[in-house]
Design a protein around this ligand. Structure first.
Ligand code: LLP
Length: 445
């Protein structure tokens, strides 16, 4: 397993993260356990911010909180000077309860409800990333009721399909998100917004996908958005103060993943924007981006206790852990790959390739099909790397399994950021309708 951030093997042969011995973390907090390397999260934030400072452009780096949204994370991101992107009342509430400055919050989503919009306007968030015509009308109406004006970015679909080598520029119009460029919807959205008195058009937004390693997709999207900005100025005389180019920067999960340093992505985006506007006399807009996975993904490690094993000679050996698709649904959902090591015997050589199974009643509940490990025993501690993004965020209570705790580790100190759910937490919203209530045994007497 690749050791990310402050992860290292200590002189007891144990994995340590943030100076904390994994076996002690497991003993103190129980397993499964999400361990977050705070120094690495901060380093990732600084890499993006530093690269933008170099670029000389005005900028905001908004952490896409969908990747991992808990109050402690909001605090770190605020500390590092980032903005925050939220997509629901739950994420917004988390940020506000953490004291995150509302004017640095951007609200995304393709179906914001009236009550979400009200909540966000009342909180005074920085801007809405408007997705469709229904939302524009709703935003204007609710802002009018409240006697307020709201800042808006329009999410446009640039037609860049980032997950092919050719970066085909068709196909992606078929998306539930945003105003499509090719059909003219994006242009009409600009006209509509300019005509709505309670909306202030800040600019446009585009997001081309996630876990992308190469630069051409980002360059192409930037070029298309810039061309759109020039077209809008030529036809309507309006200029954009902000261009938001979304997130999607890839990270290293397993050997063979080849992410680029943040500075390369930012450099390419900045260069494309500058080139696109060169000699146009267009006042250079601020560039915003929205990294989620690349801020928090490799900072997370999940610790599990190994339980049962099952050897099917000539077929495979299953090694089961005390978590699974409930704390990490990504392998089941996307066939995502992960790496693991034995945290309590981290120097022991790999002796066999085994398949790591979860404990859910579902054959698809597999975490890793081909983990090379020493011979394991029940009670050994398994560490799975790179689980910081879209793991806790997508965790479920399937099989009524309790969601694990989250601890932040730094400089030898471990602090709980989310408590492990209790059995009563599982039942918190559960009620037995009166007509189904058990009658006392002597009810007829
Ligand atoms: N901005 C927008 C508008 C997005 O839709 C997303 C992710 C991001 C930013 C952040 O993208 P990132 O930098 O994290 O790639 N659950 C999936 C990932 C879904 C991403 C959805 N949108 C997974 O586990 O891989």
């Amino acid at each position: 397993m690749h050791l990310h951030g402050t992860s290292a093997i200590n002189d007891r042969g144990h994995l340590q993260i943030g100076g904390c011995d994994a076996t002690e973390l497991a003993a103190t907090f129980g397993t499964p356990l999400y361990v977050m390397d705070e120094a690495l999260i901060r380093q990732r934030c600084r890499e993006f911010v530093g690269a933008f400072r170099e670029s000389g452009l005005g900028f905001q780096v908004a952490y896409a909180s969908k990747a991992f949204c808990v109050k402690a994370m909001c605090r770190i991101v605020e500390d590092e000077g980032l903005s925050l992107d939220v997509v629901s009342e739950g994420e917004l509430y988390t940020a506000l309860q953490a004291g995150f400055p509302a004017d640095r919050i951007h609200f995304h989503g393709n179906n914001k409800t009236p009550s979400e919009i009200e909540m966000a306007i009342d909180a005074g968030i920085g801007c809405f990333v408007a997705d469709n015509f229904t939302e524009l009308a709703l935003l204007n109406a609710i802002a009018a009721e409240k006697g307020r004006t709201v800042q808006v970015l329009l999410r446009i679909t640039p037609g860049v399909h980032a997950h092919t080598h050719e970066y085909i520029t068709t196909g992606q119009e078929d998306s539930k998100f945003g105003f499509d460029l090719k059909s003219g919807a994006a242009f009409r959205a600009v006209e509509t917004t300019l005509g709505l008195p309670r909306l202030r058009l800040l600019g446009v937004h585009s997001h081309i996908g996630s876990q992308i390693f190469e630069l051409p997709g980002f360059r192409l999207a930037a070029a298309k958005v810039v061309a759109f900005a020039l077209d809008v100025r030529a036809k309507l005389g309006a200029t954009f103060a902000v261009i938001n180019l979304g997130g999607g920067f890839g990270i290293r999960y397993v050997d063979g993943d080849t992410p680029l340093p943040a500075a390369e992505y930012v450099g390419a985006i900045a260069a494309s924007v500058r080139e696109g506007f060169a000699d146009s006399g267009y006042p250079l807009p601020d560039i915003w981006i929205e990294p989620g996975r690349s801020i928090v993904g490799d900072a997370g490690t999940t610790l599990y206790t190994i339980g049962s094993t099952k050897d099917i000679p000539g077929v495979r050996k299953y090694v089961a852990v005390d978590g699974g698709m409930t704390d990490n649904p990504r392998p089941a959902l996307y066939e995502s790959r992960y790496e693991a090591l034995l945290a309590n015997r981290a120097n022991d050589k790999g002796e066999e390739v085994v398949s790591i199974a979860g404990k859910c009643c579902e054959s698809g509940d597999m975490l890793i099909w081909d983990a090379s490990l020493p011979k394991v025993n029940a009670g050994d501690l398994l560490a799975v790397a790179c689980t910081g993004a879209y793991n806790y965020a997508m965790a479920s209570n399937y099989n009524r399994i309790r969601r694990p705790a989250v601890v932040f580790v730094k400089d030898g100190q471990a602090d709980v950021a989310v408590n492990r759910e209790s059995l009563d937490d599982i039942l918190r919203n559960d009620v037995i309708p009166a007509r189904l209530a058990k009658q006392p045994a002597n009810a007829e007497a």
